[in-house]
Every structure is written in structure tokens, then in C-alpha cells.
Design a protein around this ligand. Structure first.
Ligand code: PXL
Length: 275
């Protein structure tokens, strides 16, 4: 069984980060190991959330794992709280990067043209450095435009997306995948670039006009789980885009849908058999 370490916050209520990564990775047949960066009462789109930073726990946990000889097939980082934690991730990569360890960085920090409340441009710069150490990065267009210094656009063409990918590639990751890329009217999806082969991959599916928290985490966790199942990164992206879009559609049909997250619990049985 593949063993995946995921490093992100625990938002106790909110269906994002670890509360999505754990069930998705388990459902896809990987052993999920967690390293929580902080405990929040809810994700940061609620008002008055509490937050306990866990930075001081990272080193002792890592040291214990090292003493146990623990190895990982993949390390997947998502929402990190502070610049200091990004430095800690660099050390963690050094400690556990084996010849076949896949490192996937989702530089969670912004959406819809804006940074999330906790972050600033110093954090963006640091996240760009972390992306340079990854095998695969999965930013959305907002995160990519912040990290590359390119203008954020709501309306764009393929040339703009290719330029973003080319500048992301300069950060140093082997494969850069942009999410939330809409290249045709009524469609959305991903566009990726594999620098080792100089190859692009585009996948578009139906655009659903709804934004939900945690959908980026659902997409990334599914990618990691699918790659661990042995899928090529392009197939993993396609399945993850389909699964995320389907889950949003199902959520919209639920009359009791919570506003703060998607009903991935309802669609998980389908995920297991997706191909
Ligand atoms: O879904 C990304 C995410 C993860 N963790 C926390 C968040 C968010 C998005 O806002 O607030 C705490």
C-alpha cells in the first residue's frame, strides 16, 4: 500500500484541507499520514474562528518519524499557516525525499483574484519557492498570477494560460497544473505542462456556476490518490476535474446543502470506480 503524508490544517468544521484529504486518500487505497499545521474551529470563511498554530509540533513529530525509519511514497502539502511553516516544509522534504517520493504542492493562499485573509506578498514569495521544490504543483489562476507576477485576468485566452504555465515552470517544478482554467464558453477545467517532455495537457468539462470552499482540496487530494493508484498525471487530472465538478453538481441538488463545503460524502462511492 502506498503511504502518503499530507501536511495541512485541521479545520474542525468546514470540509476542507485534512477533513477532505484523509477520506479521499483512504477511499483511493492509500495510507494517509497527517501532519496538522494548525487547528481551527472552522475554515477562515466563517467569522470569529479560533486558531491554534502547531508549528512547534512539526520538528518533534518529524524527528520521531525519522527515528522510526518512516518513508513516504508521496508528500502532499496544502494550506500552511505561516512563512515559518513553509521553511519547515523545505526541511521536511529534505528529510523524507527518497528516490521515488513524489512531492505535490498545492500553494493554497488565494482565489478569485484575492489572497485569503491571513496572507501577504511575503507569503506568496515563499510559497513560490516551495513550488520550486515540487514534482507537481496545482495552483489556481489567482495563485499562479500572484506567484509569477502576471496580471490576474477574469477573461483570458490560451496564450495567457500558456504564458502563466511557462512562468510557473521557471519556479522549478517538473509538472505545473493550473486549475479553474476556462478555455471555452460554459466549460472549465485544467491545463498542465510537463517540462521534462515539453508537453501540454488540457481537459475541459462543463462549467457549473457555483463556488464552494474545499473544492480545490478535493481536486488535489483526488489527484494525489489517483497518481498513487498508478495513474498517469494527465488521467489523474481528468478524473479529479470530473469528480470535483460532479460533486459540486450533486451538492447543488441537495436542499439542505451546507454553504461551507461540498457533499463529497455522497459521491465518494462513485470516485472509487472512476476511470
Ligand atoms: O480550502 C482551503 C482552505 C484550507 N484551510 C483553511 C482555509 C481554506 C480556505 O479558505 O481557510 C483554514
Amino acid at each position: 500500500m502506498k503511504r502518503v503524508l499530507t501536511v495541512q490544517d485541521i479545520s474542525c468544521l468546514g470540509k476542507c484541507s485534512i477533513t477532505i484529504a484523509l477520506p479521499v486518500l483512504s477511499a483511493l487505497g492509500s495510507e494517509a499520514v497527517i501532519l496538522p499545521t494548525a487547528v481551527l474551529s472552522t475554515h477562515t470563511m466563517f467569522k470569529n474562528f479560533t486558531c491554534k498554530d502547531l508549528s512547534d509540533q512539526i520538528e518533534p513529530i518529524v524527528e520521531h518519524w525519522k527515528s522510526e525509519g518512516v518513508e513516504f511514497d508521496a508528500i502532499y502539502t496544502g494550506y500552511l499557516g505561516t512563512i515559518g511553516q513553509i521553511d519547515q516544509m523545505k526541511e521536511l522534504f529534505k528529510a523524507f525525499r527518497g528516490n521515488d517520493t513524489l512531492i505535490i504542492v498545492d500553494p493554497v493562499m488565494a482565489d478569485n483574484g484575492k489572497l485569503y485573509p491571513a496572507f501577504d506578498m511575503d507569503y506568496v514569495k515563499k510559497n513560490a519557492e516551495l513550488c520550486g521544490e515540487a514534482d507537481i504543483i496545482v495552483p489556481n489562476i489567482t495563485e499562479a498570477s500572484f506567484m509569477t507576477g502576471m496580471e490576474y485576468r477574469e477573461e483570458y485566452d490560451e496564450a495567457y494560460v500558456k504564458e502563466l504555465l511557462s512562468r510557473l515552470n521557471e519556479l522549478g517544478a517538473k509538472i505545473s497544473v493550473l486549475t479553474g482554467v476556462s478555455l471555452e464558453e460554459g466549460m472549465t477545467g485544467v491545463m498542465g505542462y510537463d517540462s521534462s517532455k515539453d508537453e501540454y495537457y488540457v481537459y475541459q468539462n462543463k462549467r457549473i456556476d457555483a463556488t464552494y470552499h474545499g473544492t480545490g482540496d478535493l481536486f488535489s487530494s483526488t489527484c494525489v490518490g489517483e497518481i498513487m493508484k498508478g495513474r498517469d498525471w494527465r488521467d489523474a487530472m481528468r478524473i479529479s476535474a470530473d469528480y470535483t465538478a460532479h460533486t459540486i453538481e450533486v451538492t447543488l441538488k441537495n436542499p439542505e446543502k451546507p454553504w461551507y463545503g461540498v457533499d463529497f460524502e455522497a459521491t465518494m462511492p462513485e470516485l472509487i470506480n472512476m476511470r
